[in-house]
Design a protein around this ligand. Sequence first.
Ligand code: CP
Ligand code: NVA
Length: 309
Amino acid sequence: MKGKDLLSIEQLSVEEIYKIFSVAKDLKAKTKRGEQHHLLAGKTLGMIFQKASTRTRVSFEVGMWQLGGQGLFLGASDMQIGRGEPIKDTARVLSRYLDAIMIRTYSQAEVEELAEYADIPIINGLTDLLHPCQVLADLFTTLEYKGDLKGRKLAYIGDGNNMANTLIQACAKIGMDIAVATPPGYEPDAGIVGKSLAAAAASGSNVTLSNRVSTAVSEADVIYTDVWASMGQESEQIKRQKDFAGFQVNSGIMKLAKPDAIVMHCLPAHRGEEITNEILEGPQSVVFDEAENRLHVQKAIMALIMGGI
Ligand code: CP
Ligand code: NVA
């Protein structure tokens, strides 16, 4: 995988996804044992942020440190990019200094342009459309808890946003069933759904979209939700609170899933909106293991694409 970009799950084969998981498992075990694993000694990851972050920033920065390299935080508003320097120039300049770039921004097209002009690997750290690093950590966490992925069912309740889009892509590819329930008007990206239906036909999984939470949650192994208003949508918060009534993960919803279903949320969470405090803090919630796994999975991604393995 050396030299490869990670802009979208679509770019990964099923074999590459399981390779990331096996390296992540190994690096997680080494980290827990305190065993040194300087696979990227002397290498630098640039981390461009146009949006806020807690998990992504810290897990990438600490991950690079644990791999023997360094993560360099680049706040977009402090860079010339924030004053209008073109992405294509930024890409070529940064390629002369860095070994890879992780970028969090609004537009997926911007990340693709960065990748087109850079000659180092580019990692998508979240766009309005996709959040592939999060979803790889989510599937790795599901694998840890359930032992397998193929044939399992994930129910996504809430906004058809970057998380929903990426979960659809990943489940369809890996052979997990995914049932998405959104309020009318908040469906996932139609282009992604269309391509994922074809991928699901090939992997033998089911992708279903509806406005019915109870049908989506029925017999689910994983219940997933995310905020109703994502970064950049803060002005729609009040309207969305009304539109999303009935789309909350709560104890009533959990009764419809499998009794051993796990609950996931990419975090940050808004308790009392998309999920109750009781469920987020309850025994079925795995949200903090999920957050921890960002570190291990991203270390695997970086080691593989930056030539450490
Ligand atoms: N889940 C996630 O990406 O969190 P941050 O926004 O804190 O990075
Ligand atoms: N959908 C959320 C995810 C945050 C990790 C957002 O884009 O703000």
